[in-house]
Design a binder for this molecule. Structure first.
Ligand code: NAD
Length: 488
């Protein structure tokens, strides 16, 4: 097992610094409830120091040409690559996911870093025409200043990379508030960044709880852009706090994603993708498929196949397991309570529904993969994200009812349809209210070079990553140059 400090500090100005008050919180291993580390419990004063340092470094960082900034970020990517096994071990230990899946996530973070490091050679503006003779019109991208980055714990190294690389390539410095459930991943990223030669103070990492360390970052007057990945409830609070200051906000929020199985679907393929969509990463994916909408003519057949496949899933932290624990006991209890409420209102539990209490699992936060049916689309459990291995099955009569049900949600992040009918597939992609639409696959996030984000309450309209993230982290400036041919 990789070594990491007993005490995980903040990274401020290239130094590991405990919180000003000297307070700590405990990070537990979700597989067995044992202590992994003590973590700096930062407050507003720690955030203020980090923001001040980031502000001081911003001009110097922004004056490094973007191509050179890209080279520095490329060195950071090489550092991540050289230590990918260590990173994956930390991700696995903190989240309870298997090493293989943590390594895959780490490699995704590396791919994203490579994409943005190269973006230093592009950062394109536009040149265009003018209505006025001898006037030239062009646009350039400029940094905003200091970026406040706040992330969720579900895919910790990907979430760090997703924010840090685009923020820095655009010439901003940053203060990252790590997720309290995955502090060590953020810590090792900070260490690798220092070792790779990222100038001190360009990336500062604050550990702590949301209300104590995240909220002061959002409210800080010297932060120019907040980019947040997390729940819709917290996104709403951030919008309310940051709104009056008019600082830019990018919100990447939750989902309750539909996967439609039509009567002409390849059922084996649909079952495979339903299981992956609902249960991979223990359902802790904003893109998870948690509403499975099935044509009534194949409902029983599909449900039986799905149940059979779900029964075979292995739960645990090993590479041979299919899903691990959820991140903490609080989230586990919320899921159990939502299932109990639905059951009391008539929901049928097809499989799962309980915490695993056998000797192998009893100390971890393991929920059995859960499938429910006989639930109204209007019920609270249908309309609320649970962020765990829980999916609900609904029966519909035809395509139009399936589409209407898919869109009957406050969220609009991802959606998938399984059909061999081109007309249905394209109509679904046109009409489904989601930032990502998939045909004959899972409800999944985007590749690093593609924009990801949601309709409705899944976000506020921004898209990260892809080149679209550059719009989050930079200002566009028009430049007009008038020349006089008489002076040639
Ligand atoms: P969360 O909203 O509880 O916490 C996310 C982060 O916000 C944490 O770092 C937390 O400390 C911080 N935070 C909490 N309260 C805050 C406040 N008042 N001010 C500032 N920061 C605060 O979410 P979670 O349970 O950690 O993560 C799961 C959620 O994240 C799900 O809703 C999931 O769908 C969403 N998510 C979205 C995406 C996306 O790209 N759309 C990706 C991953 C996860």
């Amino acid at each position: 097992m990789v070594n990491f400090p007993q005490q995980i500090c903040n990274w401020i100005n290239g130094q590991e610094i405990p919180s000003q008050k000297g307070a700590w919180f405990t990070k537990l291993n979700p597989c067995n409830g044992q202590i992994l580390s003590q973590v700096a419990r930062s407050q507003a004063e720690d955030v203020a120091i980090a923001v001040e340092v980031a502000r001081k470094q911003q001009v110097a960082w922004s004056e490094i040409p973007p191509v050179k900034r890209g080279e520095i970020l490329h060195d950071l990517v090489l550092g991540l690559k050289a230590r990918q096994e260590e990173i994956a071990q930390i991700v696995a230990a903190e989240t309870g996911k298997s090493y293989a899946s943590a390594l895959g996530e780490t490699q995704g973070a590396i791919a994203l870093g490579l994409f943005y490091a190269s973006e230093g050679q592009r950062l394109y503006g536009r040149t265009t025409t003018s209505a006025v003779p001898h006037k030239h019109a062009l646009t350039v991208r400029q940094p905003l200043g200091v970026a406040g980055l706040i992330i969720a714990a579900n895919t910790p190294i990907a979430n760090v990379a997703w924010k840090v690389f685009p923020a820095l390539i655009c010439g901003n410095t940053a203060v990252l508030k790590a997720a309290e459930d995955t502090p060590i991943t953020a810590w090792i990223f900070g260490q690798i960044a220092q070792a790779a030669g990222l100038p001190p103070g360009v990336l500062n990492i604050i550990q702590g709880y949301g209300e104590e360390a995240g909220a002061p970052l959002v409210a800080h007057p010297d932060i120019d852009v907040i980019s947040f990945t997390g729940s819709t409830a917290v996104g709403r609070k951030i919008q309310a706090v940051a709104g009056p200051s008019l600082k830019r906000i990018s919100l990447e929020l939750g989902g309750k994603n539909p996967l439609v199985v039509c009567d002409d679907a390849d059922l084996d393929n649909a079952v495979k993708w339903t299981v992956l969509s609902a249960f991979s990463n223990a359902g802790q994916r904003c893109a998870a498929g948690s509403r499975i909408i099935i044509f009534e003519s194949i409902y029983d057949q599909f449900r039986d196949l799905l149940l059979e496949k779900t029964k075979q899933l292995k739960v645990g932290p090993k590479d041979s397991d299919d899903l691990g624990p959820v991140i903490n006991n609080r989230q586990l209890q919320q899921m159990l309570s939502a299932i109990a409420t639905a059951k009391a209102k008539g929901a049928k539990i097809l499989i799962g529904g309980d915490r695993l209490t056998d000797s192998e699992h009893k100390d971890g936060y393991y929920l059995a993969p859960t499938l429910l049916e006989n639930i109204s689309p209007e019920a609270e459990i249908s309309q609320t994200e649970l962020f765990g291995p829980i999916a609900i099955l609904y029966s519909v009569s035809d395509f139009n009812s399936a589409l209407a049900l898919a869109n009957n949600s406050p969220y609009g992040l991802t959606a998938s349809i399984h059909t061999k009918n081109l007309h249905r597939a394209i109509r679904f992609c046109e009409k489904v209210q989601a930032g990502v639409a998939v045909v004959n696959g899972g409800t999944y996030g985007s590749e690093p070079h593609m924009p990801f984000g949601g309709f409705k309450q899944s976000g506020n309209g921004t898209r990260e990553p892809g080149t679209e993230a550059l719009d989050v982290y930079s200002e566009l400036k028009d430049i007009y140059i008038n020349i006089d041919p008489n002076f040639v």
